[in-house]
Ligand binder design. Structure first.
Ligand SMILES: [Ca+2]
Length: 310
């Protein structure tokens, strides 16, 4: 796990959730955690190496839906091909609140945060606070809702929730190498926007001036302004050349594999990729991987799906 303030928060969440029995119903929230103080913390090397990313083929791969794989409501245009991985297709966007609501309606799925009774929400000064009653339907706790946010990415979903949705949709969660290949689109640059420290154009939903205005002292990317303090509608930004949107920023996205922290299998951290609306530049390096407990939930963590094809 990286040792930036952001990654450390994920570590704290792991410890808190582990100590609480990993998400049984009616748990008391842990004490609030301190947030990252600013934007200047240098990145540290990941605790475990990322999987190798295959060289892209010389010709672009065709897009298209895997025959009969996703549920009928997932159209060909919702999927993209990823260079180096001809046997899969990746969701063009993160899973939305509307899509997750259809899943819940069809299956009766109850999320980890709903069962546990609380989730982590960003609060004043950029501190992550455990908020009773925060879940995917109430992203900021009691009194909040997803009304008007149907096309925003679903948040407060644990890895187990994301995997359940993916299976219902006939797919799976992306693997790390697939995610990074799609994010890079064949590029070897440090960031999706190149080797510069900060983006010069409005290319993703990151920690910007809107976030700083909503949460004074939370930190931001200097001079960057995307206009969204929290989540943005999926598809608002499309950095890179793979054709998938918001792989960088908006919400951290769960990947399939364990992080490799050596914990027992039932609580071993899973990998998050891509950064979020809370991320500064260090978290947005294309190689960055963060581990978080599979039952951990935050208001800047979501997911997208992948489908295997013949
Ligand atoms: Ca933003």
């Amino acid at each position: 796990m990286r040792s930036t303030g952001r990654a450390a928060l994920r570590a704290l969440s792991l410890l808190a959730l582990s100590a609480l029995g990993a998400g049984c119903g009616g748990e008391d929230p842990p004490a609030p955690t301190a947030g990252p103080p600013g934007v200047s913390e240098p990145p540290a090397k990941p605790a475990a190496p990322a999987p190798p990313v295959p060289e892209p083929p010389s010709e672009p791969l065709p897009g298209g839906a895997p025959p009969g794989a996703p549920r009928g409501e997932i159209a060909v245009t919702d999927l993209v091909a990823v260079r180096g991985f001809p046997g899969m297709r990746l969701g063009r966007t993160e899973v939305t609140n509307d899509a997750f609501a259809r899943f819940v309606s069809a299956t009766g799925h109850r999320t980890v945060a709903e069962s546990r009774g609380w989730s982590f929400v960003l609060g004043a000064g950029g501190a992550w606070r455990p908020v009773a009653g925060a879940d995917w339907r109430s992203p900021q706790g009691p009194g909040s809702s997803i009304e008007g946010l149907g096309q925003h990415p679903v948040v407060h979903v644990a890895w187990f929730d994301a995997r359940a949705f993916a299976r219902w949709a006939g797919g799976r969660l992306p693997r790390e190498a697939e995610f990074e290949a799609a994010l890079r689109g064949g590029s070897t640059e440090r960031h999706p926007w190149g080797h510069r420290d900060f983006p010069e154009e409005r290319i993703g939903n990151y920690a910007d001036g809107a976030l700083e205005e909503a949460f004074p002292g939370a930190g931001r990317i200097p001079s960057y302004q995307d206009g969204f303090a929290r989540t943005a509608p999926v598809g608002s930004f499309s950095p890179g050349s793979a054709g998938a949107s918001d792989l960088s920023g908006n919400v951290w996205e769960w990947c399939e594999e364990p992080y490799g922290d050596g914990a027992p299998a039932w609580l071993e951290s899973r990998v998050l990729r891509g950064g979020s609306w809370r991320s500064i530049s260090d978290d947005l390096d294309a190689h960055v991987r963060v581990g978080s407990a599979p039952r951990s939930t935050f208001d800047d963590v979501g997911f997208r799906c992948a489908w295997d094809v013949p």
